[in-house]
Design a protein around this ligand. Structure first.
Ligand code: PMM
Length: 341
């Protein structure tokens, strides 16, 4: 399968952390039934995709074993997929990704960009599922020691290109890749803000871009009280939605958030106002046009797709869809989005 097409607005990816220790919602969805119910709620709130993870990646986190991680995510993904929800699995382990694929996961979200498990590329290539490659410099317990950059945006793009080349060399279809600058991963607040300010440069590099700013520590610091106490994670939703909107303006493909409703609402406002967020920025697209009531670029059936030149994914007018997949409808204001995968 190839990457879900761009929507008129970025897709909202809702997060379900089936973990006891994630920084913002640890323990809330560790129970399988609670996690499933939360995934369904995220969709009702406007998420197009639900990202299910079984291992915390917060700074300083220690690893869980693969058996535990798999046991957390597989039943949740199986149930959500059976209910018609498009799911991604947030894992750096090939064995967990494989088990998730077996129960219908549509996308692999790998915060290590394929670096943590050398077998991941093989699994993704064999299953032909879209693969989110995040910018990563090392595991959570050491990553903040690695936050040294010359020009953070240029460095992130360069290091992500290396991950793309490695994926392609391992047999992964380049058109199935989504890139993510990895906000908060080996990055201090100033790096996160610089990346967000210059997201358009990442978008222009040519791949669909996902951002994951939701509730992150740099927002807690931004919104700190007068005494300097960081705002707790559940008070960072408005800031998260503001970032989603500003990222939409720069042409990102999707925003990964814990609270789907606030981001979906912000994007619905932009859509209702006829904003053409990102249309001018996306590779190969011509000048911005109002998106409300305008059908998205038709998708080309996979069989008719031209091969991709390395380093430059197809322009949207040659954007590919898997055979038999319907083109996505324009983003309906107020209604949940559905992804095309
Ligand atoms: N951030 C977290 C986890 N997974 N995946 C992607 N692609 N991008 C991110 O920024 C990202 C991620 C951090 O932990 P959380 O699940 O509590 O948000």
């Amino acid at each position: 399968m190839l990457v879900p097409a761009y929507g008129p607005m970025p897709w909202v990816i809702g997060v379900v952390n089936v973990t006891p220790d994630s920084f913002s919602d640890g323990g809330k969805w560790l129970d399988t039934d609670a996690a499933i119910a939360h995934g369904l709620q995220l969709v009702a709130d406007g998420a197009a995709i639900v990202d299910v993870g079984g291992e915390s990646t917060r700074p300083g986190a220690h690893r869980v074993d693969a058996v535990t991680e798999r046991a957390r995510v597989v039943p949740v993904i199986a149930a959500l997929t059976a209910a018609g929800v498009t799911c991604s699995v947030d894992t750096t382990r090939a064995a967990v990704a494989e088990a998730a694929i077996d129960v219908g996961v549509a996308i692999v979200n790998d915060v290590s960009g394929g670096m943590a498990d050398p077998d991941m590329a093989r699994v993704v290539a064999a299953a032909r599922v879209p693969w989110i490659l995040m910018h990563w410099r090392g595991p959570s317990d050491v990553m903040q020691n690695l936050a040294h950059y010359g020009d953070v945006v240029a460095d992130v793009i360069r290091e992500l290109r290396i991950r793309v080349d490695a994926a392609v060399a391992a047999g992964v279809d380049e058109r199935s890749l989504i890139l993510d600058p990895g906000l908060g991963f080996a990055k201090e607040a100033e790096h996160n803000w610089e990346v967000l300010r210059r997201l358009d440069e990442l978008v222009k590099a040519g791949w669909p871009i996902l951002i994951g700013a939701s509730r992150k520590r740099f927002l807690g610091a931004l919104l700190a009280g007068r005494d300097g106490t960081p705002r707790p994670p559940d008070g960072r939703e408005v800031a998260t939605a503001a970032i989603s909107l500003l990222a939409a303006q720069q042409g990102v493909w999707a925003a990964r958030v814990h609270d789907a409703r606030s981001t979906a609402d912000a994007l619905a406002v932009a859509s209702a106002m006829g904003s053409a967020f990102g249309a001018a920025e996306r590779p190969g697209t011509s000048p911005a046009v109002p998106l409300v009531g305008v059908a998205p670029t038709p998708l080309v059936p996979a069989a008719e797709c031209a091969p991709v030149t390395s380093g430059r994914p197809p322009a949207p007018d040659t954007r590919c869809a898997p055979s038999g997949v319907a083109e996505q409808p324009p983003h309906p204001v107020g209604a949940p989005q559905r992804a095309v995968v």
